[in-house]
Design a protein around this ligand. Sequence first.
Ligand SMILES: [Zn+2]
Length: 272
Amino acid sequence: MESYLLHEYRCDHCGKLIIKGILFKSYEEYKCNRCNKIVRFQGIANEDNPDRYLLLTDKNGIIVNASLSIYKNLGFELDEITGKNVEELYLNNEDKNVDKIISSKISNFKYLRLDTAHKTKTNDKIHVTISFKFFQQDSREYILRLVDKIISPDGFLESQSRFNPNNHSDFTTETDLNGNLLYISEQVEKLYGYKPEEVLGRNASEFYAPEEAEWRKNNMKALYHKKQSYKIPYLRTMHKDGHFIDCESIAMPLYDDLGNFVGYKHIHWIKK
Ligand SMILES: [Zn+2]
């Protein structure tokens, strides 16, 4: 892939800019030529994982580049996939529209992540989780999609849910340091009536009970500042139809592949 600007990688000792771009290896070592420190960067866009592929599109969804691992995962050669619209990789119109909705929001966030499905060249369905990242170069706008296959061994998850439907009273969210929702697992639709794309990018506080919203926001800010894991024993959150649901949550700090503290991951349980 061309070295499109995605990140500035800086010396963690003196702050000198070392490289700009996308790293494809799991990590790379550089010597800072200002302070001589050896610095290591983990590639946020690394494709060492064989179950990951990258798609770079313009803001209209036209694929301008992809990682070579696209062949193993979807069966397309690089020159077959470039020039296509990314919507051709979805199985139905609903999924195409969800990609468009996320693409229209992404410029304001560090990333947004969505569980969905892609189709292979032979029209097989594969479950994936896609991290959308926005960046600009030479005043042009691009969206990078980091696509990871969701592996569920031997349909384990499906058989579990058939056996015990109550297993799915929990869901996961990821928020940035301002409380904006970057990821929410699919169970949110069953539990709260929202589809993930209706919720992504909105602030978590919009879903708190009004009388709790203010102090909860302040509380979160204080907790985020400490970068510690914490437990929320009681939280009232709003269903799409307006009624409130009691849940409890645990939260842990979230770091990106470069080791930057970017937000929090929460696991929530509905209280019975
Ligand atoms: Zn340095």
